[in-house]
Design a protein around this ligand. Structure first.
Ligand SMILES: [Zn+2]
Length: 455
């Protein structure tokens, strides 16, 4: 696809009242219906298809979307009275320049398909080393405990991450972020959790915030594992008293690995109450290996997301559906695949009225894959999600899991214009493992595709 590279690199820094018109889109999927239904029970119609479409962007945000043949009259209307809430805000903010002549930039996308950029709402992107040898051990039948007793597992990644410099971690993280961007991921969540000391946890969060390309949302995961020589209680005390307040500067979300042998529900309650008092959003690794009841417990604490949800019961599903106005269930099928585990009951969650998002869970131990096509294909095959449900789960529903549902995940007026262009129909997505038909990546209306092409 020939993309005209005329979009400015940084739209938000422009002070003039210029706008960008993106034309020549054969099929535009706005996800307006998914947005309207708050991500619940997505249908094919909810993808909000507009044929022969155009998008008008101003200051990185969508001003108008619609059929290109209606563009002329829409632009005329936009020059005078501006529609919607965002535009009212615009009028106030820019009243002094309301008499300026508005300049338009034209970008011919020549795209077969345009849809919102993908959002990966659960990764452990920053770590050093790998756990390749454990793959072979596990495949030969070794248990997690046996691997850990030989110095493997999370603690081996912790050792290697502590030994790495910030520069080394940034290089590793940037290379991984580039791979996500190339697949159309415009927002990625990154957790700490391989430091387990104040200095090392903050080093990971600060490094994550330096990554360029996709938008980065950082999450503090100090209670990922209990460091050597400490008990869960003594470590948690240190996390709550020392690490959490300092991490607040570099992370908006607080996470915990709630699992037998790691942290308990009662420890989770203590931790999340302290986190909430500091203004963190709450999220948790819940009910992955064993059923602890953490998914429901966290949803009742108004967690924005509960992640994994593999071992949840039928009553848990009903309760998560009841609490869907606050909490999104994030399923991570790649880790279930690598662990040869059962998959979460996403079909039952969606049918019951819960909101489901998908993520890579990229980490060196249980999900060493950054491939979002694999995530979507496993969701289709093993969790019986429809293609529209997978697309909703990796766009609007993922934004909901991160508390960003007013800004990203759909292409509707007022939203940040993060979108991707395909040179194939929508059905080419999540069909062929490792195949990514993404040919253009735009973040806030800026073409970030050349960045991806350097890979
Ligand atoms: Zn995880």
């Amino acid at each position: 696809m020939a993309l005209k590279k005329s979009a400015p690199r940084n739209l938000t820094s422009r002070s003039s009242a210029s706008r960008i018109v993106f034309r020549s889109i054969k099929k535009l999927y706005t996800l307006s219906g998914v947005h309207q239904k708050d991500g619940l029970r997505p249908t094919p119609e909810d993808l909000g298809l507009i044929e022969k479409a155009a998008i008008v962007v101003e200051d990185g945000k969508i001003l108008w979307v619609g059929e290109e043949r209606k563009l002329k009259s829409a632009l005329k209307g936009l020059s005078d009275a501006r529609v919607g809430k965002y535009n009212q805000k615009y009028s106030q903010k820019n009243s002094q320049k309301s008499n300026q002549k508005i300049k338009y930039q034209d970008v011919q996308l020549n795209a077969e398909t345009v849809l919102p950029g993908f959002i990966d709402p659960h990764t452990h992107l920053i770590f050093a080393g790998d756990r390749r040898n454990e793959f072979e051990m596990r495949n030969a039948g070794a248990t997690y405990q046996e691997i850990a007793s030989k110095g493997g597992g999370i603690r081996s990644t912790v050792r290697q991450t502590r030994a790495a410099t910030s520069r080394q971690l940034l290089d590793l993280g940037q290379e991984r972020a580039n791979r996500l961007l190339r697949q159309g991921v415009t927002t990625v969540e990154i957790k700490s959790g391989y430091g387990l000391t104040e200095v090392d946890e903050l080093k990971i969060l600060q490094t994550a915030r330096k990554i360029k390309g996709p938008r980065v949302i950082t999450t503090f995961l100090g209670p990922h594992a209990v460091p050597e020589g400490k008990t869960a209680d003594s470590y948690l005390e240190e996390v709550i008293r020392v690490m959490l307040p300092k991490a607040r500067k570099f992370a908006d979300r607080a996470d915990m690995f709630i699992e037998s042998g790691y942290f308990s529900i009662s420890q989770a309650r203590r931790y999340f109450e302290a986190a909430r008092a500091l203004g963190f959003q709450i999220t948790g690794h819940a009910d992955q290996m064993t059923r602890t009841g953490a998914s429901v417990e966290l949803a009742r604490m108004k967690a924005t997301s509960v992640d994994h949800c593999v071992q949840i019961s039928e009553p848990d599903i009903q309760e998560l559906a009841r609490l869907s106005s606050g909490t999104t269930c994030v399923c991570l099928p790649t880790s279930d695949f690598y662990l040869k585990m059962k998959y979460p009951p996403a079909r039952a969650l969606i049918d019951s009225g819960a909101r489901v998002a998908l993520a890579t869970d990229f980490n060196p131990g249980t999900s060493p894959s950054l491939d979002i096509s694999l995530v979507g294909i496993l969701a289709r095959l093993e969790m019986r999600l429809s293609l529209p449900e997978v697309i909703a789960a990796l766009t609007f529903n993922a934004s909901r899991a991160l508390g960003l549902e007013k800004d990203i995940g759909a292409l509707v007026p007022g939203f940040i214009s993060d979108f991707i262009c395909l040179d194939q129909p929508l059905e080419s997505l999540f069909y062929d493992v490792g195949y990514h038909p993404v040919r253009g990546v735009f973040r806030g209306g800026c073409d970030v595709t050349p960045f991806a092409s350097q890979l």
